[in-house]
Design a protein around this ligand. Sequence first.
Ligand SMILES: C[C@H](CCC(=O)NCCS(=O)(=O)O)[C@H]1CC[C@H]2[C@@H]3[C@H](O)C[C@@H]4C[C@H](O)CC[C@]4(C)[C@H]3C[C@H](O)[C@]12C
Length: 324
Amino acid sequence: MCTAVTYEGVDFYFGRNLDLDVSFNEQVTITPRQFEFRFRNGEVIKSHWAMIGMAAVIDDYPLYYDAMNEKGLCMAGLNFPGNACYLSRKEGMKNITPFEFIPFILGSCSSVEEAVDVLKSTILINETFNDFLPLAPLHWIISDQKHSIVVEPMPLGLKVFDNPVGVLTNNPTFDYHLTNLNNFLNLTSSPPINRFSGKMNLSASSIGMGSIGLPGDLSSPSRFVRAAFTKANATEETDEGLEVAQFFHILDSVAFTKGCAINEAGKEELTIYSACMNTQKGIYYYKTYANNQLNAVYLKRANLDGSILKTYELITSQQIREIN
Ligand SMILES: C[C@H](CCC(=O)NCCS(=O)(=O)O)[C@H]1CC[C@H]2[C@@H]3[C@H](O)C[C@@H]4C[C@H](O)CC[C@]4(C)[C@H]3C[C@H](O)[C@]12C
């Protein structure tokens, strides 16, 4: 499972937990403006917005999981098995494969508004990257400082939802998660008051009792509610270090500790990495399951007018600052 969130302090932040049982040797990857994208529909794009994100680079192609572009537009793909539906090529539409979707949107759009326009004439087609990598059943969150949307590939084409919560998890469909939030409207970060009965002398015995009922499990609907509650109540900070700290605390609230959720194949699901992107400053922060230290890669320190991918191997072993 996975969770993606947005967060607004002075700057706008976007990121995700990647929860899975395997890694595909993903790396922080910068695609500069002149890297040539040869789309499967025959289109060749020689110049586009630069982007940074987490990708598995195979045959010199960045298979992005999540990324932001130099304009601050962000996008992440999350598992959507059993629901994601990819179509056959259709005349008159932009036929894009799922693995091209992030480069396609982030390369050409500078805002959610522009992306919504492009999506009207786009379908996602059922063509794989190669014979060894199956189609990834995904849905996507696309965000900028002003808006967030969710894009779900359905049998009739792409369904686009407004995302006022700024959170995405996995199944079921996004409209379910939004409706389900109504069941939790009574939760509060403040001390609860006795609404149970005016005839009884009931009082809170500890702090945090206003959020009794917040689901604590690791299922997708529960992570959606917990991430939404944590995000909605997390104070907005004004300093980069504190904002980034807040962001990772929100992601930590829905992270998988290895061993606590076993998938159908009998394997342990874990939060392989957590990422936070500062969309104004163009910084990609990440930490991994076994390395709690924050690492930062700066988009704007790379040669953005280049044509060659720049990859940064993940630092996955624990980094401990020894004090004495
Ligand atoms: C599984 C990842 C999403 C995280 C998530 O929701 N996991 C749930 C796992 S489970 O169902 O609960 O077991 C997704 C996000 C991006 C995906 C990758 C990207 O789409 C890029 C390529 C696309 C290729 O078609 C498949 C390999 C792949 C490298 C994908 C593998 C996998 O599907 C990824 C890594």
